[in-house]
Design a protein around this ligand. Structure first.
Ligand code: BEZ
Length: 211
């Protein structure tokens, strides 16, 4: 069954390129990103894993662990990592799960038979410290993901978990935020001492509270 926002990310035990893990224990108390790759030794995935490993410090800074999954076996993953390091000028620095029986891919509904009945689509799950799924994304195999967008969403999720704000279209860290409609006008000065700008009664902006 499809995984929906707010669901607990299903737990599993798996072999990874950095040893066996229990997923929930591996996540610990922090945030996580789980993303799937259709196959090992494929060109788009090679660039994605190289890009994600070069950006790992940005995920670390936000307290987010990154883990990839591909249905090929561990031996293939290790060989592929050599290619990723060589061709992407990086050193892989997060684990890839081996899922040869596709049990995790099936659990997370990563195989969409009308797209491909064996390989996974490019799924992304952002998981919060409460182990609940905060974002799901599904990309086609032919389109590499935008990892800056994942960081942008994580910035928004972490901000909106702390303050009564939402973030507008194309928002980026440091830009004005929207005061959620549940906040009454009378509460605004105390909650948002940096001020507020009312465009419509339901559309009120405030400078980013933690900047
Ligand atoms: C790729 O990662 O390059 C890829 C994987 C499956 C289908 C098409 C492209």
């Amino acid at each position: 069954m499809a995984i929906r926002l707010g669901d607990i990310a299903p737990n599993f035990k798996a072999q990874t390129t950095e040893g066996e893990i229990d997923f929930h224990q591996w996540l610990g108390d922090g945030w996580g990103v789980l993303f799937s790759h259709p196959r090992d030794y494929t060109p788009v995935c090679t660039t994605e894993l190289g890009t994600a490993s070069k950006m790992k410090a940005e995920f670390d800074k936000r307290g987010v662990k990154v883990i990839a999954i591909s249905i090929d076996p561990l031996n293939d993953h290790h060989g592929w990592i050599c290619d990723i390091n060589e061709t992407q000028n990086t050193k892989m620095n997060f684990p890839i799960i081996a899922d040869p029986d596709r049990s995790i891919a099936n659990m997370y509904d990563m195989i969409h038979p009308n797209a491909d009945d064996t390989a996974t689509v490019r799924s992304v799950f952002i998981i919060g410290p409460d182990k609940k799924v905060k974002l799901t994304l599904t990309y086609p195999a032919s389109t590499g993901r935008n990892f800056l967008e994942l960081l942008r969403v994580i910035d928004s999720l972490q901000l909106t978990a702390r303050f009564k704000v939402a973030t507008p279209a194309n928002w980026e860290d440091g830009q004005d935020c929207i005061i959620v409609t549940a906040v009454k006008d009378a509460e605004v000065p105390a909650l948002f001492p940096k001020g507020a700008r009312t465009v419509k009664p339901y559309l009120r902006f405030t400078p980013q509270p933690n900047r």
